[in-house]
Design a protein around this ligand. Structure first.
Ligand code: ATP
Ligand code: MG
Ligand code: MG
Length: 457
């Protein structure tokens, strides 16, 4: 990418979340991730110097690279690089993408003042050598959310130990008009390690995706999705060129996703993406695995250790105190910082996110034997919670492409292979000041859940 010759016509709108907007390059396998701000904040943003914006994006990249990547595994995380873009380019780009943005996201505007962004590999594509097949890759993005029930002794509401946070939050979101239909997806199913339960989770995501599932090339409804998928599964179930029933197509698709989620994810961007056959994802006899009632902080033994789900779950479980346990610690650190404001830097409350921050997080993992200084000890527990929160909010991107035809054994038509890659994205640091908000939100969600379910006959 030649930064001095940037042309907005080489880029197109790709997607956005709550915090950033992403554009992809028309020819190269690259995306640019640009930050967004509340529109009423834009005057304030203008006052933020380019230097501050640069530091902010650098912090985001460092956090992904030096904190989340070592925890989640090198092969899954691509931290990208910080780029300084010409302001003309960014302004033109912002105008160009505006009409494509979904209305529900337009409460925020793209940052056109700083010229800073992140350049990342486009994870919806596979490296070019694997694209000789006429069928473009299919990409599935899953935002899995928290996959375990908390076990902290600090929890005051018993229902938190029995009903998962995502499911409770659904009731609250429905009541607040965020979504119109209740999602039947449950993260505990997805993270269970039982293929049967994972299958149910993925089917429920397909039925009501909300913002937890996105299929690139997404068709507006399931029947159109089946039409889109059919050419990828022509050979399955012995039907060559025959008309696959839609259900069978979807079922093959879901099994393929399951296999990728359970695989060792050897698919490395720099190396060869892994090959997989549908049969790997199919089990003739499904055994219902028993999920441990009280999860242990080492993850779920039902999940293969190197799988993307196991990696994410282990990091999520760094939240072993629950927000109810973390909030009082946060307040203690706050008091301390009020008294000694200069300590904010030493405790790395706003970064930098480097090895020493990582050591702080690891300190939090040690049993409190009194060897760690009081403020440092408390702050490291809060940092540990923030790391877990990032893992509860990340996305998994799985990209599949049918193997090259010449690579395939011509006689093996009933069992076509797929090349695939699995990555984790959206690994931004959660602000230190977010703790009080999380505390309030938690009690709102739980209280609403209790009220709404107790009101039922
Ligand atoms: P959230 O609201 O979930 O926190 P966010 O604002 O932090 O989202 P991202 O999730 O990082 O933003 O990016 C928004 C969307 O852009 C993603 O959901 C994904 O679809 C797409 N995207 C982000 N990074 C990449 C990438 N490297 N390759 C392809 N697509 C990407
Ligand atoms: Mg996101
Ligand atoms: Mg995010």
């Amino acid at each position: 990418m030649e930064l001095d010759k940037m042309d907005e016509n080489d880029w197109k709108y790709h997607g956005e979340g709550n915090k950033s907007l992403v554009v992809s390059h028309l020819q190269h396998c690259q995306v640019l991730r640009l930050l967004k701000f509340p529109s009423e904040d834009s005057a304030h943003t203008r006052q933020q110097t380019a230097e501050q914006a640069f530091r902010h994006i650098l912090n985001i990249m460092d956090y992904s690279k030096y904190i989340m990547k070592p925890l989640l595994g090198e092969k899954y995380v691509h931290s990208g690089e910080v780029v300084r873009l010409p302001l003309d380019f960014v302004r033109e780009l912002s105008l160009k993408v505006q009409q494509e943005r979904p209305e529900l996201r337009c409460d925020k505007v793209m940052d056109t003042f700083s010229g800073c962004g992140l350049c990342l590999p486009n994870l919806t594509q596979l490296p070019l050598q694997h694209l000789r097949d006429h069928r473009p890759p299919i990409c599935v993005e899953i935002k899995p959310k928290c996959g375990f029930l908390p076990w902290s002794r600090q929890i005051t509401k018993e229902c938190k130990r029995k009903v998962c946070r995502f499911c409770m939050h659904q009731h609250y979101k429905l009541a607040n008009g965020k979504w119109k239909r209740l999602s039947r997806y449950c993260p505990l199913d997805l993270f269970s390690g039982s293929k049967q339960r994972m299958y149910v989770a993925l089917k429920n995501l397909l039925e009501e995706p909300q913002n937890n599932l996105k299929i690139f090339k997404q068709q507006p409804d399931l029947s159109e999705l089946i039409q889109h998928l059919r050419p990828y599964f022509l050979h399955t179930n012995g039907l060559f060129n025959g008309h696959q029933p839609g259900k069978a197509v979807l079922s093959e698709f879901v099994q393929l996703i399951c296999s990728a989620l359970l695989s060792g994810g050897d698919s490395n961007r720099s190396g060869e993406p892994r090959k997989m056959h549908i049969s790997e994802g199919r089990e003739t006899k499904l055994v219902v695995d028993v999920v441990p009632q009280a999860p242990v902080s080492t993850g779920n033994p039902g999940l293969p250790k190197e799988s993307v789900l196991s990696k994410i779950l282990q990091v999520q479980m760094l939240d072993n105190l629950d927000i109810e346990g973390v909030y009082p610690l946060y307040k203690r650190v706050e008091q301390y910082l009020e008294e000694f404001p200069k300590e904010r830097n030493r405790l790395q409350v706003d970064g930098p996110y480097n090895e020493s921050f990582m050591d702080t997080v690891k300190n939090g993992l040690k049993e409190d034997d009194g060897s760690v200084e009081y403020a440092v000890g408390k702050a490291s527990l809060v940092h540990q919670y923030r790391v877990a929160m990032t893992a509860k909010d990340c996305s998994i991107m799985i990209t599949f492409a049918p193997c090259d035809e010449d690579e395939e054994n011509e006689l093996n038509l009933e069992n076509p292979g797929f090349t695939y890659s699995v990555s984790i994205l959206d690994l931004d640091p959660k602000p230190y000041e977010g703790v009080p908000h999380q505390y309030k939100l938690d009690s709102k969600i739980v209280n609403y859940y209790l009220r709404s379910t107790q009101a039922l006959p």
